[in-house]
Ligand binder design. Structure first.
Ligand code: NAI
Length: 261
């Protein structure tokens, strides 16, 4: 039977769904919140400082979906439990969880990385994903299909020199994604990851002195945009990706261009 246009369009849309995006005060997380809310999803956004996510919620206030800011540090299990409660109280449940909060701690040879730095990087990038996923375990497995998308990194696929804590943590996120996909499949939760290459967030633009516009037209380039990652996350979060589970999808532009800019 031929499908209707509405059926095809509606399964790639997040309209009417409830989503949580961690680390949404800037960069990729902010772009994900924007794309989701533009698509009509209600989005709970968190970051360690309430002011930072409140200003993002204000900026996105005219989009069709509601954007609800919550202060939560993903390394703090009490914060994360409160984030899950606030989401369920506000919207009655959750359909999509995006574990995006994370980042590196600069570059240094491994034997010069102090244990506190190592622990901090693993805590936010890997343990944070465990903390938030398990806090939402009941809400995500409540009967209707749901999806987790974890923001990993090409560093986790590749193993970047002088970034071993970050690379190891992100490789851990990719393995965690596969494990959880197997565990929660029977309860209709799909779990996938994205592994971005170089994404021109404001922070990285500043750090690399990058000020040119990035054109979407040609994929053969070093830098991608936060919105391009957000579009991939939206696809994986949507019902259009119903047979995609336990994957880490690389987003690097044309293959073989993953080299330091
Ligand atoms: P960003 O620094 O602009 O955004 C990180 C967000 O996470 C911010 O909102 C920050 O406040 C939040 N955050 C940090 N620690 C947190 C914590 N403990 N609890 C709650 N929120 C916390 O950086 P960007 O680049 O947008 O990073 C987003 C994700 O993408 C990270 O997981 C990063 O590792 C990953 N990534 C970024 C790439 C890039 O080229 N920009 C490449 C590959 C992966």
């Amino acid at each position: 039977m031929t499908e209707t246009t509405d059926a095809v369009r509606s399964r790639s849309s997040l309209e009417g769904k409830t989503a949580v995006v961690t680390g949404a005060s800037s960069g990729i997380g902010r772009a994900i919140a924007e794309v989701f809310a533009a698509d009509g999803a209600d989005v709970v956004i968190c970051s360690r400082t309430l002011d930072d996510v409140e200003s993002v919620a204000d900026e996105l206030a005219d989009l069709p979906g509601t954007v609800e800011p919550v202060e939560a540090d993903v390394t703090d299990r009490d914060d994360v439990a409160a984030l899950a409660d606030a989401t369920v109280d506000a919207f009655g449940g959750v359909d999509v969880l995006v574990n995006n909060a994370g980042g590196g701690a600069g570059m240094a040879p491994t034997d010069e990385v102090d244990p506190e730095t190592w622990d901090g990087v693993v805590d936010v990038n890997l343990t944070g994903v465990y903390n938030v996923s398990t806090a939402f375990a009941d809400a995500l497995q409540s009967g209707s299909p749901s999806a987790i998308v974890n923001v990993a990194s090409m560093a986790g696929e590749y193993g970047v020199e002088n970034m071993s804590a970050y690379s190891a943590a992100k490789a851990g996120v990719i393995a965690f994604t596969r494990s959880l996909a197997r565990e929660w499949a029977e309860n209709d939760v799909r779990v996938n990851a994205v592994s971005p290459g170089f994404i021109a967030t404001e922070k990285l633009r500043e750090g690399f002195g990058l000020d040119e516009e990035i054109e979407r037209a040609n994929a053969d380039r070093t830098w991608g945009t936060p919105a391009e990652v957000a579009d991939l996350v939206r696809f994986l979060a949507s019902d259009a990706a119903s047979f995609v589970d336990g994957q880490s999808v690389r987003i690097t532009g044309t293959p073989n261009t993953y080299e330091a800019p």
